[in-house]
Write a protein that binds this ligand. Structure first.
Ligand code: NG1
Ligand code: ZN
Length: 555
Protein backbone atom coordinates (compact mmCIF):
# COMPACT_ATOMS: atom_id res chain seq x y z
CA UNK A 1 0.00 0.00 0.00
CA UNK A 2 1.54 3.28 -1.01
CA UNK A 3 0.31 5.98 1.30
CA UNK A 4 0.78 9.53 0.24
CA UNK A 5 -1.90 10.57 2.69
CA UNK A 6 -1.12 11.35 6.30
CA UNK A 7 -3.92 9.47 8.00
CA UNK A 8 -3.51 11.43 11.21
CA UNK A 9 -5.26 14.28 9.42
CA UNK A 10 -8.46 12.24 9.76
CA UNK A 11 -8.52 12.53 13.51
CA UNK A 12 -7.29 16.12 13.53
CA UNK A 13 -10.15 17.23 11.26
CA UNK A 14 -12.66 15.21 13.23
CA UNK A 15 -11.58 16.60 16.58
CA UNK A 16 -11.34 20.22 15.48
CA UNK A 17 -14.21 20.56 13.04
CA UNK A 18 -16.58 17.59 13.15
CA UNK A 19 -16.48 16.01 16.60
CA UNK A 20 -18.93 13.21 17.19
CA UNK A 21 -21.12 14.47 20.01
CA UNK A 22 -23.87 11.93 19.47
CA UNK A 23 -23.66 8.72 21.47
CA UNK A 24 -26.56 6.80 19.95
CA UNK A 25 -25.76 4.72 16.90
CA UNK A 26 -27.06 5.54 13.47
CA UNK A 27 -27.69 3.05 10.66
CA UNK A 28 -27.25 3.32 6.89
CA UNK A 29 -30.70 2.14 5.80
CA UNK A 30 -32.84 2.22 2.66
CA UNK A 31 -32.70 6.01 2.79
CA UNK A 32 -28.99 6.23 3.70
CA UNK A 33 -28.47 8.13 6.95
CA UNK A 34 -31.37 10.32 7.89
CA UNK A 35 -32.04 12.24 11.10
CA UNK A 36 -32.20 15.76 12.53
CA UNK A 37 -29.78 18.00 10.61
CA UNK A 38 -27.95 19.17 13.74
CA UNK A 39 -26.83 15.60 14.44
CA UNK A 40 -25.25 15.04 11.05
CA UNK A 41 -22.03 17.06 10.78
CA UNK A 42 -19.73 14.22 11.80
CA UNK A 43 -21.64 11.72 9.66
CA UNK A 44 -21.20 13.91 6.59
CA UNK A 45 -17.48 14.32 7.22
CA UNK A 46 -17.13 10.57 7.54
CA UNK A 47 -19.13 9.95 4.37
CA UNK A 48 -16.69 12.23 2.55
CA UNK A 49 -13.94 9.89 3.76
CA UNK A 50 -15.88 6.80 2.72
CA UNK A 51 -16.79 8.12 -0.74
CA UNK A 52 -13.11 8.80 -1.42
CA UNK A 53 -12.15 5.29 -0.32
CA UNK A 54 -14.90 3.83 -2.47
CA UNK A 55 -13.80 5.85 -5.48
CA UNK A 56 -10.23 4.56 -5.08
CA UNK A 57 -11.51 0.98 -4.74
CA UNK A 58 -13.42 1.51 -7.98
CA UNK A 59 -10.29 2.58 -9.87
CA UNK A 60 -10.88 6.30 -9.50
CA UNK A 61 -14.43 6.25 -10.85
CA UNK A 62 -16.75 8.96 -9.57
CA UNK A 63 -18.83 8.30 -6.47
CA UNK A 64 -21.75 10.58 -5.60
CA UNK A 65 -22.78 11.95 -2.22
CA UNK A 66 -26.28 13.43 -2.07
CA UNK A 67 -27.33 15.51 0.91
CA UNK A 68 -31.08 15.45 1.37
CA UNK A 69 -33.88 14.24 3.59
CA UNK A 70 -36.17 13.73 0.59
CA UNK A 71 -39.83 13.89 1.71
CA UNK A 72 -39.01 14.41 5.41
CA UNK A 73 -39.73 17.67 7.25
CA UNK A 74 -37.46 20.70 7.15
CA UNK A 75 -35.42 20.08 10.34
CA UNK A 76 -34.26 16.71 8.97
CA UNK A 77 -31.41 16.03 6.63
CA UNK A 78 -29.60 12.98 5.36
CA UNK A 79 -26.98 11.53 3.09
CA UNK A 80 -26.79 8.78 0.50
CA UNK A 81 -23.86 7.50 -1.52
CA UNK A 82 -24.14 6.82 -5.24
CA UNK A 83 -22.16 4.04 -6.90
CA UNK A 84 -20.35 4.36 -10.25
CA UNK A 85 -23.27 3.29 -12.46
CA UNK A 86 -25.46 5.90 -10.78
CA UNK A 87 -26.93 3.19 -8.58
CA UNK A 88 -27.44 2.99 -4.86
CA UNK A 89 -24.40 2.05 -2.76
CA UNK A 90 -23.54 -1.67 -2.80
CA UNK A 91 -24.90 -3.64 0.17
CA UNK A 92 -21.59 -4.60 1.78
CA UNK A 93 -20.54 -0.96 1.84
CA UNK A 94 -23.71 0.01 3.68
CA UNK A 95 -22.28 -1.86 6.64
CA UNK A 96 -18.93 -0.05 6.27
CA UNK A 97 -20.84 3.23 6.21
CA UNK A 98 -22.66 2.29 9.42
CA UNK A 99 -19.43 1.22 11.13
CA UNK A 100 -17.57 4.34 10.07
CA UNK A 101 -20.40 6.60 11.25
CA UNK A 102 -20.53 5.00 14.69
CA UNK A 103 -16.88 4.73 15.79
CA UNK A 104 -15.52 7.32 18.22
CA UNK A 105 -13.37 10.15 16.90
CA UNK A 106 -10.34 8.44 18.37
CA UNK A 107 -11.02 5.18 16.56
CA UNK A 108 -11.88 6.82 13.28
CA UNK A 109 -8.36 6.64 11.87
CA UNK A 110 -8.00 2.93 12.61
CA UNK A 111 -11.46 2.24 11.11
CA UNK A 112 -10.33 3.97 7.90
CA UNK A 113 -7.08 1.99 7.97
CA UNK A 114 -9.11 -1.20 8.26
CA UNK A 115 -11.03 -0.35 5.09
CA UNK A 116 -7.80 0.54 3.30
CA UNK A 117 -6.25 -2.79 4.25
CA UNK A 118 -9.28 -4.96 3.58
CA UNK A 119 -9.69 -3.51 0.13
CA UNK A 120 -6.01 -3.05 -0.54
CA UNK A 121 -6.52 0.59 -1.47
CA UNK A 122 -3.71 2.57 -3.02
CA UNK A 123 -4.13 5.88 -1.24
CA UNK A 124 -1.97 7.62 -3.81
CA UNK A 125 -4.35 6.70 -6.63
CA UNK A 126 -6.87 8.94 -8.34
CA UNK A 127 -10.33 9.56 -6.93
CA UNK A 128 -13.41 11.60 -7.72
CA UNK A 129 -16.39 12.50 -5.56
CA UNK A 130 -19.43 14.49 -6.76
CA UNK A 131 -21.52 16.19 -4.08
CA UNK A 132 -24.99 17.68 -4.37
CA UNK A 133 -27.60 18.96 -1.94
CA UNK A 134 -31.25 19.87 -1.68
CA UNK A 135 -32.36 23.39 -0.77
CA UNK A 136 -32.65 23.01 3.03
CA UNK A 137 -30.91 25.89 4.84
CA UNK A 138 -28.59 23.47 6.66
CA UNK A 139 -27.49 21.62 3.52
CA UNK A 140 -24.55 23.94 2.61
CA UNK A 141 -22.91 23.40 6.01
CA UNK A 142 -23.28 19.65 5.62
CA UNK A 143 -21.88 19.80 2.10
CA UNK A 144 -18.79 21.51 3.47
CA UNK A 145 -18.36 18.65 5.93
CA UNK A 146 -18.50 16.08 3.11
CA UNK A 147 -15.96 18.06 1.10
CA UNK A 148 -13.64 18.26 4.09
CA UNK A 149 -13.86 14.49 4.46
CA UNK A 150 -12.75 14.10 0.85
CA UNK A 151 -9.94 16.62 1.32
CA UNK A 152 -8.72 14.88 4.48
CA UNK A 153 -7.86 11.92 2.25
CA UNK A 154 -6.49 14.15 -0.50
CA UNK A 155 -9.33 13.21 -2.79
CA UNK A 156 -10.94 15.27 -5.55
CA UNK A 157 -14.30 16.74 -4.86
CA UNK A 158 -16.67 18.56 -7.17
CA UNK A 159 -19.74 20.28 -5.82
CA UNK A 160 -22.85 20.63 -7.97
CA UNK A 161 -24.56 22.82 -5.38
CA UNK A 162 -28.33 22.53 -5.30
CA UNK A 163 -29.47 19.67 -7.53
CA UNK A 164 -32.20 17.05 -7.41
CA UNK A 165 -31.20 13.56 -6.25
CA UNK A 166 -31.72 12.09 -9.74
CA UNK A 167 -29.61 14.87 -11.30
CA UNK A 168 -26.66 13.85 -9.15
CA UNK A 169 -27.17 10.17 -10.06
CA UNK A 170 -27.17 11.26 -13.71
CA UNK A 171 -23.94 13.29 -13.27
CA UNK A 172 -22.18 10.29 -11.70
CA UNK A 173 -23.08 7.94 -14.54
CA UNK A 174 -22.22 10.56 -17.18
CA UNK A 175 -18.82 11.02 -15.62
CA UNK A 176 -18.10 7.29 -15.44
CA UNK A 177 -19.40 6.53 -18.92
CA UNK A 178 -17.05 9.15 -20.38
CA UNK A 179 -19.99 11.14 -21.66
CA UNK A 180 -21.80 8.21 -23.33
CA UNK A 181 -24.80 8.64 -21.01
CA UNK A 182 -24.77 12.44 -21.38
CA UNK A 183 -22.81 15.52 -20.39
CA UNK A 184 -22.17 15.73 -16.65
CA UNK A 185 -23.44 19.27 -16.26
CA UNK A 186 -26.76 20.80 -15.28
CA UNK A 187 -27.20 22.14 -18.81
CA UNK A 188 -26.34 18.71 -20.23
CA UNK A 189 -29.11 17.20 -18.12
CA UNK A 190 -31.72 19.72 -19.29
CA UNK A 191 -30.74 19.39 -22.93
CA UNK A 192 -30.75 15.58 -22.93
CA UNK A 193 -34.28 15.41 -21.54
CA UNK A 194 -35.67 18.29 -23.59
CA UNK A 195 -34.26 16.89 -26.85
CA UNK A 196 -35.82 13.48 -26.21
CA UNK A 197 -39.10 15.06 -25.09
CA UNK A 198 -39.30 17.09 -28.30
CA UNK A 199 -38.49 14.08 -30.47
CA UNK A 200 -41.33 12.08 -28.92
CA UNK A 201 -43.88 14.78 -28.58
CA UNK A 202 -43.53 16.36 -32.02
CA UNK A 203 -45.09 19.72 -32.74
CA UNK A 204 -48.61 18.69 -31.74
CA UNK A 205 -49.24 19.79 -28.15
CA UNK A 206 -52.87 18.75 -27.87
CA UNK A 207 -54.48 15.60 -29.15
CA UNK A 208 -57.85 13.90 -28.52
CA UNK A 209 -58.72 14.42 -24.88
CA UNK A 210 -55.17 15.45 -24.00
CA UNK A 211 -54.78 19.11 -23.06
CA UNK A 212 -51.48 20.86 -22.64
CA UNK A 213 -52.11 22.12 -19.12
CA UNK A 214 -50.54 20.95 -15.90
CA UNK A 215 -50.38 22.12 -12.29
CA UNK A 216 -47.07 21.24 -10.63
CA UNK A 217 -46.62 21.12 -6.84
CA UNK A 218 -42.86 21.51 -6.29
CA UNK A 219 -43.07 20.70 -2.55
CA UNK A 220 -40.99 23.84 -1.86
CA UNK A 221 -38.01 21.71 -2.79
CA UNK A 222 -35.22 21.65 -5.30
CA UNK A 223 -37.45 20.09 -7.99
CA UNK A 224 -39.52 23.29 -8.21
CA UNK A 225 -36.43 25.30 -9.12
CA UNK A 226 -35.30 22.78 -11.68
CA UNK A 227 -38.75 22.57 -13.25
CA UNK A 228 -38.64 26.34 -13.71
CA UNK A 229 -35.26 25.94 -15.39
CA UNK A 230 -36.75 23.39 -17.78
CA UNK A 231 -39.65 25.70 -18.59
CA UNK A 232 -37.30 28.58 -19.41
CA UNK A 233 -35.79 26.39 -22.09
CA UNK A 234 -39.03 24.91 -23.42
CA UNK A 235 -41.16 27.58 -25.18
CA UNK A 236 -44.65 26.50 -24.00
CA UNK A 237 -44.27 22.94 -25.30
CA UNK A 238 -45.47 22.01 -21.86
CA UNK A 239 -47.81 24.45 -20.21
CA UNK A 240 -46.93 24.04 -16.53
CA UNK A 241 -47.93 26.19 -13.56
CA UNK A 242 -45.39 25.60 -10.79
CA UNK A 243 -46.58 26.25 -7.23
CA UNK A 244 -45.00 25.60 -3.84
CA UNK A 245 -41.87 26.92 -5.50
CA UNK A 246 -40.06 27.54 -2.22
CA UNK A 247 -42.19 30.16 -0.55
CA UNK A 248 -43.10 27.74 2.25
CA UNK A 249 -41.26 25.04 4.16
CA UNK A 250 -40.05 22.02 2.24
CA UNK A 251 -42.66 19.21 2.18
CA UNK A 252 -44.97 21.05 4.61
CA UNK A 253 -48.57 20.34 3.63
CA UNK A 254 -47.39 19.61 0.12
CA UNK A 255 -45.37 17.18 -1.95
CA UNK A 256 -45.82 13.65 -3.25
CA UNK A 257 -45.72 11.99 0.16
CA UNK A 258 -48.30 14.35 1.65
CA UNK A 259 -50.61 13.86 -1.32
CA UNK A 260 -50.21 10.07 -1.45
CA UNK A 261 -50.55 9.45 2.27
CA UNK A 262 -53.24 12.02 2.97
CA UNK A 263 -55.18 11.49 -0.27
CA UNK A 264 -55.61 15.20 -0.45
CA UNK A 265 -54.65 18.32 -2.40
CA UNK A 266 -51.39 20.03 -1.49
CA UNK A 267 -51.61 23.52 -0.04
CA UNK A 268 -51.82 26.33 -2.60
CA UNK A 269 -53.31 24.25 -5.42
CA UNK A 270 -54.73 26.85 -7.82
CA UNK A 271 -58.43 26.67 -8.66
CA UNK A 272 -58.92 24.89 -11.93
CA UNK A 273 -61.40 23.06 -14.11
CA UNK A 274 -62.36 19.55 -12.96
CA UNK A 275 -60.03 16.88 -14.34
CA UNK A 276 -57.05 19.23 -14.68
CA UNK A 277 -53.86 17.17 -14.43
CA UNK A 278 -51.90 17.92 -11.28
CA UNK A 279 -48.45 16.62 -10.40
CA UNK A 280 -46.77 16.48 -7.04
CA UNK A 281 -43.11 15.68 -6.46
CA UNK A 282 -41.14 15.28 -3.24
CA UNK A 283 -38.44 17.51 -1.72
CA UNK A 284 -35.53 16.07 -3.71
CA UNK A 285 -37.57 15.29 -6.84
CA UNK A 286 -37.17 11.53 -7.06
CA UNK A 287 -40.86 10.76 -6.53
CA UNK A 288 -43.89 11.81 -8.52
CA UNK A 289 -47.63 11.25 -8.29
CA UNK A 290 -50.50 12.65 -10.35
CA UNK A 291 -53.90 13.66 -9.03
CA UNK A 292 -57.06 15.49 -10.05
CA UNK A 293 -60.45 16.49 -8.71
CA UNK A 294 -63.73 15.65 -10.45
CA UNK A 295 -66.81 17.81 -10.91
CA UNK A 296 -67.87 17.03 -7.34
CA UNK A 297 -64.42 18.18 -6.15
CA UNK A 298 -63.61 14.61 -5.15
CA UNK A 299 -59.88 13.93 -5.06
CA UNK A 300 -58.41 11.10 -7.17
CA UNK A 301 -54.83 9.84 -7.04
CA UNK A 302 -52.73 8.34 -9.83
CA UNK A 303 -49.77 6.86 -7.99
CA UNK A 304 -46.62 4.92 -8.90
CA UNK A 305 -48.64 1.82 -9.78
CA UNK A 306 -50.57 3.83 -12.35
CA UNK A 307 -47.41 5.29 -13.85
CA UNK A 308 -45.85 1.81 -14.13
CA UNK A 309 -48.89 0.42 -15.94
CA UNK A 310 -49.07 3.42 -18.26
CA UNK A 311 -45.38 2.96 -19.15
CA UNK A 312 -45.74 -0.79 -19.65
CA UNK A 313 -48.67 -0.42 -22.06
CA UNK A 314 -46.76 2.16 -24.11
CA UNK A 315 -43.53 0.16 -24.18
CA UNK A 316 -45.27 -3.07 -25.16
CA UNK A 317 -46.89 -1.32 -28.07
CA UNK A 318 -43.55 0.05 -29.30
CA UNK A 319 -41.75 -3.27 -28.81
CA UNK A 320 -44.47 -5.09 -30.77
CA UNK A 321 -44.22 -2.56 -33.59
CA UNK A 322 -40.43 -2.88 -33.63
CA UNK A 323 -40.88 -6.65 -34.05
CA UNK A 324 -38.11 -7.40 -31.59
CA UNK A 325 -38.44 -10.21 -29.08
CA UNK A 326 -37.81 -8.45 -25.77
CA UNK A 327 -38.82 -9.53 -22.29
CA UNK A 328 -40.63 -6.75 -20.47
CA UNK A 329 -41.40 -6.97 -16.77
CA UNK A 330 -42.85 -4.81 -14.01
CA UNK A 331 -41.45 -4.79 -10.49
CA UNK A 332 -43.60 -3.74 -7.54
CA UNK A 333 -43.55 -4.03 -3.76
CA UNK A 334 -46.22 -5.42 -1.46
CA UNK A 335 -47.66 -1.88 -1.23
CA UNK A 336 -48.76 -2.03 -4.87
CA UNK A 337 -52.53 -2.00 -5.05
CA UNK A 338 -54.02 -5.41 -5.84
CA UNK A 339 -56.10 -3.70 -8.54
CA UNK A 340 -52.91 -2.74 -10.38
CA UNK A 341 -51.36 -6.19 -10.07
CA UNK A 342 -54.52 -7.80 -11.46
CA UNK A 343 -54.55 -5.37 -14.36
CA UNK A 344 -50.89 -6.07 -15.17
CA UNK A 345 -51.38 -9.83 -15.09
CA UNK A 346 -54.79 -10.12 -16.72
CA UNK A 347 -55.04 -7.17 -19.11
CA UNK A 348 -51.48 -6.16 -19.96
CA UNK A 349 -50.29 -9.76 -19.63
CA UNK A 350 -46.86 -8.60 -18.49
CA UNK A 351 -44.82 -10.57 -15.93
CA UNK A 352 -44.90 -8.88 -12.55
CA UNK A 353 -42.47 -9.42 -9.67
CA UNK A 354 -42.79 -8.38 -6.03
CA UNK A 355 -39.70 -7.44 -3.99
CA UNK A 356 -39.08 -5.97 -0.52
CA UNK A 357 -39.53 -2.23 0.04
CA UNK A 358 -36.58 -0.07 -0.96
CA UNK A 359 -35.58 1.18 -4.37
CA UNK A 360 -32.41 -0.87 -4.61
CA UNK A 361 -34.44 -4.09 -4.45
CA UNK A 362 -36.71 -2.93 -7.24
CA UNK A 363 -33.83 -1.69 -9.36
CA UNK A 364 -31.89 -4.95 -9.10
CA UNK A 365 -34.90 -7.06 -9.97
CA UNK A 366 -35.74 -4.83 -12.93
CA UNK A 367 -32.26 -5.42 -14.35
CA UNK A 368 -33.28 -9.07 -14.92
CA UNK A 369 -35.58 -8.04 -17.77
CA UNK A 370 -34.73 -6.66 -21.21
CA UNK A 371 -36.97 -3.78 -20.24
CA UNK A 372 -37.70 -3.51 -16.53
CA UNK A 373 -40.30 -1.04 -15.28
CA UNK A 374 -40.22 -0.54 -11.54
CA UNK A 375 -42.26 1.68 -9.25
CA UNK A 376 -43.08 1.94 -5.61
CA UNK A 377 -46.70 2.91 -5.06
CA UNK A 378 -45.42 6.16 -3.53
CA UNK A 379 -44.17 7.32 -6.94
CA UNK A 380 -40.51 6.36 -6.92
CA UNK A 381 -39.55 4.46 -10.02
CA UNK A 382 -38.09 4.36 -13.50
CA UNK A 383 -37.34 2.03 -16.41
CA UNK A 384 -34.11 0.17 -17.07
CA UNK A 385 -33.12 -1.11 -20.50
CA UNK A 386 -30.53 -3.85 -21.03
CA UNK A 387 -27.60 -3.34 -23.41
CA UNK A 388 -29.11 -6.05 -25.61
CA UNK A 389 -32.33 -4.03 -25.84
CA UNK A 390 -30.50 -0.84 -26.75
CA UNK A 391 -28.46 -2.58 -29.43
CA UNK A 392 -31.39 -4.41 -31.02
CA UNK A 393 -33.53 -1.29 -31.07
CA UNK A 394 -30.70 0.75 -32.59
CA UNK A 395 -30.25 -1.92 -35.27
CA UNK A 396 -33.92 -1.65 -36.28
CA UNK A 397 -33.85 2.16 -36.24
CA UNK A 398 -30.79 2.16 -38.52
CA UNK A 399 -32.04 -0.45 -40.98
CA UNK A 400 -33.61 1.51 -43.83
CA UNK A 401 -34.80 -1.71 -45.48
CA UNK A 402 -37.40 -2.32 -42.80
CA UNK A 403 -40.90 -0.87 -43.01
CA UNK A 404 -41.55 2.68 -41.90
CA UNK A 405 -43.73 1.86 -38.93
CA UNK A 406 -41.09 -0.47 -37.56
CA UNK A 407 -38.32 2.09 -37.91
CA UNK A 408 -40.51 4.82 -36.46
CA UNK A 409 -41.30 2.67 -33.39
CA UNK A 410 -37.61 1.91 -32.89
CA UNK A 411 -36.77 5.60 -33.05
CA UNK A 412 -39.45 6.34 -30.49
CA UNK A 413 -38.08 3.66 -28.23
CA UNK A 414 -34.61 5.17 -28.51
CA UNK A 415 -35.97 8.58 -27.51
CA UNK A 416 -37.85 6.96 -24.62
CA UNK A 417 -34.55 5.54 -23.39
CA UNK A 418 -33.11 9.07 -23.58
CA UNK A 419 -35.97 10.80 -21.77
CA UNK A 420 -35.96 8.37 -18.86
CA UNK A 421 -33.37 8.56 -16.11
CA UNK A 422 -32.22 4.97 -15.88
CA UNK A 423 -30.12 5.49 -12.78
CA UNK A 424 -32.93 6.17 -10.33
CA UNK A 425 -36.50 7.48 -10.08
CA UNK A 426 -36.61 11.02 -11.46
CA UNK A 427 -39.81 12.98 -10.88
CA UNK A 428 -39.33 15.40 -13.77
CA UNK A 429 -38.14 12.83 -16.29
CA UNK A 430 -40.94 10.46 -15.21
CA UNK A 431 -43.44 13.28 -15.63
CA UNK A 432 -42.16 14.04 -19.13
CA UNK A 433 -42.74 10.44 -20.14
CA UNK A 434 -46.24 10.38 -18.66
CA UNK A 435 -47.07 13.54 -20.61
CA UNK A 436 -45.65 12.03 -23.81
CA UNK A 437 -47.73 8.87 -23.42
CA UNK A 438 -50.97 10.65 -22.50
CA UNK A 439 -50.54 12.95 -25.51
CA UNK A 440 -49.69 10.04 -27.77
CA UNK A 441 -52.81 8.15 -26.59
CA UNK A 442 -54.93 11.31 -26.72
CA UNK A 443 -55.89 10.66 -23.08
CA UNK A 444 -56.94 12.91 -20.27
CA UNK A 445 -56.66 11.86 -16.63
CA UNK A 446 -60.09 10.25 -16.75
CA UNK A 447 -59.03 7.89 -19.54
CA UNK A 448 -55.91 6.99 -17.60
CA UNK A 449 -57.79 6.57 -14.33
CA UNK A 450 -60.38 4.30 -15.94
CA UNK A 451 -57.82 1.70 -17.04
CA UNK A 452 -58.41 -0.14 -13.73
CA UNK A 453 -59.93 0.39 -10.29
CA UNK A 454 -57.83 0.55 -7.14
CA UNK A 455 -58.99 -1.56 -4.22
CA UNK A 456 -59.75 0.57 -1.16
CA UNK A 457 -56.70 0.41 1.10
CA UNK A 458 -55.39 1.75 4.37
CA UNK A 459 -52.07 2.02 6.16
CA UNK A 460 -51.49 2.32 9.87
CA UNK A 461 -48.38 3.05 11.90
CA UNK A 462 -48.01 1.18 15.19
CA UNK A 463 -45.49 2.05 17.91
CA UNK A 464 -43.91 -1.01 19.51
CA UNK A 465 -41.07 -1.38 22.00
CA UNK A 466 -38.81 -3.06 19.46
CA UNK A 467 -39.99 -3.07 15.87
CA UNK A 468 -37.35 -5.60 14.87
CA UNK A 469 -39.09 -8.43 16.65
CA UNK A 470 -41.22 -8.49 13.54
CA UNK A 471 -39.39 -10.34 10.79
CA UNK A 472 -40.83 -11.15 7.39
CA UNK A 473 -40.39 -13.30 4.32
CA UNK A 474 -41.89 -13.58 0.81
CA UNK A 475 -41.08 -9.96 -0.14
CA UNK A 476 -42.43 -8.81 3.24
CA UNK A 477 -45.86 -10.28 2.57
CA UNK A 478 -45.63 -12.87 5.36
CA UNK A 479 -44.55 -12.52 8.96
CA UNK A 480 -42.08 -15.04 10.40
CA UNK A 481 -41.89 -13.73 13.95
CA UNK A 482 -43.44 -13.21 16.44
CA UNK A 483 -45.02 -16.61 16.44
CA UNK A 484 -48.74 -16.70 15.83
CA UNK A 485 -48.94 -13.32 14.14
CA UNK A 486 -49.13 -14.63 10.58
CA UNK A 487 -51.76 -17.22 11.47
CA UNK A 488 -53.76 -14.52 13.15
CA UNK A 489 -53.50 -12.25 10.09
CA UNK A 490 -54.53 -15.12 7.79
CA UNK A 491 -57.63 -15.79 9.88
CA UNK A 492 -58.67 -12.15 9.85
CA UNK A 493 -57.98 -11.63 6.14
CA UNK A 494 -60.05 -14.73 5.23
CA UNK A 495 -63.19 -12.96 6.42
CA UNK A 496 -62.95 -10.17 3.85
CA UNK A 497 -63.58 -10.50 0.11
CA UNK A 498 -60.44 -9.51 -1.83
CA UNK A 499 -58.78 -8.93 1.53
CA UNK A 500 -55.00 -8.65 1.82
CA UNK A 501 -52.93 -7.40 4.71
CA UNK A 502 -49.28 -7.45 5.72
CA UNK A 503 -47.14 -6.07 8.48
CA UNK A 504 -43.48 -4.98 8.42
CA UNK A 505 -41.08 -2.89 10.46
CA UNK A 506 -40.35 0.44 8.75
CA UNK A 507 -36.78 0.91 7.55
CA UNK A 508 -36.91 4.67 8.00
CA UNK A 509 -39.05 5.28 11.11
CA UNK A 510 -39.26 3.63 14.50
CA UNK A 511 -42.68 2.12 13.82
CA UNK A 512 -44.38 -0.93 12.37
CA UNK A 513 -46.48 -0.44 9.24
CA UNK A 514 -49.76 -2.27 8.71
CA UNK A 515 -51.19 -2.34 5.20
CA UNK A 516 -54.63 -3.62 4.27
CA UNK A 517 -56.86 -3.66 1.22
CA UNK A 518 -60.31 -5.10 0.64
CA UNK A 519 -63.28 -4.91 -1.69
CA UNK A 520 -65.10 -2.14 0.16
CA UNK A 521 -64.22 0.92 2.23
CA UNK A 522 -66.05 -0.47 5.23
CA UNK A 523 -64.26 -3.81 5.02
CA UNK A 524 -60.83 -2.29 4.73
CA UNK A 525 -61.41 -0.15 7.80
CA UNK A 526 -62.35 -3.22 9.82
CA UNK A 527 -59.54 -5.27 8.36
CA UNK A 528 -56.81 -2.76 9.16
CA UNK A 529 -58.21 -2.20 12.65
CA UNK A 530 -58.30 -5.92 13.42
CA UNK A 531 -54.79 -6.58 12.14
CA UNK A 532 -53.44 -3.52 13.96
CA UNK A 533 -54.99 -4.71 17.19
CA UNK A 534 -53.36 -8.09 16.74
CA UNK A 535 -49.94 -6.55 16.01
CA UNK A 536 -50.31 -4.26 18.99
CA UNK A 537 -50.95 -7.23 21.26
CA UNK A 538 -48.41 -9.70 19.86
CA UNK A 539 -45.56 -7.32 19.04
CA UNK A 540 -45.63 -5.30 22.24
CA UNK A 541 -47.44 -2.10 21.23
CA UNK A 542 -46.71 1.03 23.21
CA UNK A 543 -48.46 4.38 23.34
CA UNK A 544 -51.36 5.31 21.13
CA UNK A 545 -51.57 4.08 17.56
CA UNK A 546 -50.39 6.84 15.25
CA UNK A 547 -52.28 8.36 12.38
CA UNK A 548 -54.11 6.14 10.00
CA UNK A 549 -53.88 6.94 6.34
CA UNK A 550 -56.33 6.19 3.64
CA UNK A 551 -56.00 5.43 -0.01
CA UNK A 552 -58.96 4.93 -2.24
CA UNK A 553 -61.45 6.03 0.39
CA UNK A 554 -63.92 8.86 -0.07
CA UNK A 555 -62.78 12.14 1.45
P1 NG1 B 1 -40.17 2.39 5.08
O1 NG1 B 1 -40.15 3.42 6.16
O2 NG1 B 1 -39.17 1.29 5.22
O3 NG1 B 1 -41.58 1.88 4.86
C1 NG1 B 1 -40.26 4.32 3.19
C2 NG1 B 1 -41.18 4.01 2.04
C3 NG1 B 1 -40.39 3.26 0.98
C4 NG1 B 1 -39.15 4.02 0.56
C5 NG1 B 1 -38.35 4.40 1.79
C6 NG1 B 1 -37.09 5.20 1.48
C7 NG1 B 1 -43.54 3.33 2.07
C8 NG1 B 1 -44.55 2.41 2.62
N1 NG1 B 1 -42.29 3.14 2.48
O4 NG1 B 1 -39.75 3.11 3.71
O5 NG1 B 1 -41.21 3.01 -0.11
O6 NG1 B 1 -39.47 5.12 -0.24
O7 NG1 B 1 -39.17 5.11 2.73
O8 NG1 B 1 -37.27 6.54 1.37
O9 NG1 B 1 -43.87 4.22 1.27
ZN1 ZN C 1 -37.11 11.66 -2.46
Amino acid sequence: MSSSVNLRTIYAFAREMYPKKVTTNIEYGTAGFRTKADKLDYVMYRMGLLATLRSRVKGGQTIGVMITASHNPEPDNGVKLIDPRGEMLENSWEQLATDLANVSDKDLQSEVEKVIQTHNIDMGSASSVFVGMDNRYHSPGLLKAVSDGVLALKGNVKSFGIVTTPMLHYMVLCSNSCGAYGTPTEEGYYQKLITAFRALRGSECERGNYKNQLLFDGSNGVGARKMLQFLKRMNDELNVTVYNQGEGKINENCGADYVKIGQTLPIGTPDSEPYTRCVSIDGDADRVVYFFTDEKKKFHLLDGDRIATLYAGYLMDLVTKCEIDLKLGIVQTAYANGGSTDYIEKELKVPVACVPTGVKHLHHKALEYDIGVYFEANGHGTIVFSEHTKESVRAVADNSELNEEQIEAAKKLLSTIEVINETVGDAISDMFLVEIILQSNGWDVKDWYNTYTDLPNLQKKICVANRNIITTTDAERKVVTPEGLQNGIDEIVAKYPRGRSFVRPSGTEDIVRVYAEAATNEDVEHLVAEVSQLVYGLAGGIGPELNSTANGLPN
